[in-house]
Design a protein around this ligand. Structure first.
Ligand code: AMP
Length: 394
């Protein structure tokens, strides 16, 4: 069984090829293209490369293509990427403009280039389907809710990977089994103590998710990937009145508002320096007060959500840092966990400082709450869910 995972952006195409062996799915090769104008050409080129390197003899060996679709109004979960998915992605494109059109076009293109391969969509929103209605509902008129204005949540593949891997690290096989079965049948019951994890996906795009017994209870992103933590260019948490007030006070059109909140806000807006935390840290070290505030705002926001979700779950067993900033920014991790000994959270400073981009336990031996760094691996989640979908539907 060979599964190709397609990661599509508005001008980018990345792929990863997996093959199943006795130990599960193994990565075989990966590649990518930037400044893409024609997905069809890139797919053909990728298939040629895979043939030339003997990863496949023929394109027909690829059994399925898995897509990490972002958001549908009608759809979620792990489903066949058919015409109804394509139409739903297009009709909700306003909420995920960088991704939905790309996935709609990409799915159609793969149907032409690899007609024999099954196409499977794993939605980024899928991981939140068990969150309590009280946490998913905005306090808006019912007509808004019925129009689809609700908390969706994103980064589902990443947080699901953390749910499974952290349960493995904590020797909770019951939770591991539950996470593996999430989109493919009834929720498995949990016999032992509750396992309460907060997953911090901190990268170009960031979110924090509370995970109880392998299922998300809440997450910092909402209707769109626009809310929650300050992101690279995106605003994060904002009072809705600020939008209409800024429109009047600053005489901005809806398009200008959207542009400024999605492209000129977040860490870039706060620091005025860059959307990349590495540049912002350098600027802060040379005395730039706005850059320092940007870092502190991000840390403040991460702690805010960790605290909220720990409380909602009745306690905390592990905090996980993942994605570019979470895996590499040692000082930021130290600041997030500073002064929390009262809550059983204590880092090992030396291990923390020496951990970059690799899996590690960075809490001290005395810390009741485990603190882990786990490198993000969204592709393997898409590949595994695609395989489970094929097993379930064949
Ligand atoms: P991602 O979205 O997971 O690819 O993460 C991208 C972000 O990770 C960028 O904003 C980078 O600033 C950040 N990042 C990557 N490497 C490092 C590093 N060594 N230290 C701090 N941040 C990093």
């Amino acid at each position: 069984m060979k599964i190709l995972v397609a990661n599509l952006g508005s001008t980018s195409f990345k792929y990863s090829l997996f093959e199943e062996d006795a130990n599960g799915l193994q990565p075989i090769t990966q590649g990518g293209y930037q400044r893409v104008t024609d997905y069809g050409e890139c797919i053909e080129d990728a298939l040629t490369r895979m043939r030339e390197h003997n990863h496949i003899q023929d394109a027909s060996e690829i059994d399925a293509v898995g897509f990490k679709t972002v958001l549908g109004i009608k759809k979620t979960g792990c489903v066949a990427a058919d015409d109804s998915v394509v139409n739903d992605l297009r009709s909700s494109a306003d909420l995920a403009p960088a991704h939905n059109p790309a996935y709609a076009n990409g799915i159609e293109q793969f149907a032409k280039n690899l007609p024999g391969a099954k196409r499977v969509a794993l939605y980024e929103t899928a991981f939140y389907q068990w969150a309590e209605p009280a946490g998913r509902r905005y306090a808006v008129p019912k007509s808004w809710h019925e129009a689809g204005i609700k908390k969706n949540g994103f980064h589902g593949a990443s947080h699901k990977f953390i749910a499974e891997r952290s349960a493995e690290l904590m020797s909770r096989q019951d939770v591991v089994e539950r996470v593996r079965s999430l989109y493919h049948g009834e929720l498995k019951p949990i016999e032992g103590n509750p396992l309460r994890v907060v997953s911090c996906h901190l990268g170009g795009s960031s979110s924090v998710t509370g995970i109880l017994n392998g299922c998300a209870i809440d997450t910092s992103m909402g209707l769109s990937p626009q809310s929650g933590l300050p992101q690279n260019n995106r605003v994060g948490e904002l009072d809705s009145m600020a939008v209409t007030y800024a429109m009047k006070k600053l005489e901005l059109s809806p398009e200008e508002i959207e542009h400024q909140l999605t492209k000129e806000s977040g860490l870039l807006g706060l620091s005025g320096v860059s959307n990349d935390i590495r540049d912002i840290i350098k600027a802060a070290e040379s005395g730039n007060a706005d850059a320092q505030l940007a870092i502190e705002s991000l840390i403040y926001s991460i702690r805010h959500y960790i605290g909220a979700y720990a409380f909602q779950m009745g306690g905390l067993d592990a905090i996980v840092f993942t994605a570019g900033i979470g895996e590499n920014s040692t000082n930021l991790r130290a600041e997030v966990c500073a002064g929390l000994e009262e809550f059983g959270i204590e880092l090992d400073p030396e291990i923390n400082q020496n951990t970059k981009g690799v899996e590690a336990t960075i809490s001290s031996d005395y810390s009741r709450v485990k603190v882990y760094v786990i490198p993000a691996n969204e592709e393997i989640v898409v590949a595994r869910e695609t395989l489970r979908f094929l097993q379930r539907t064949n």
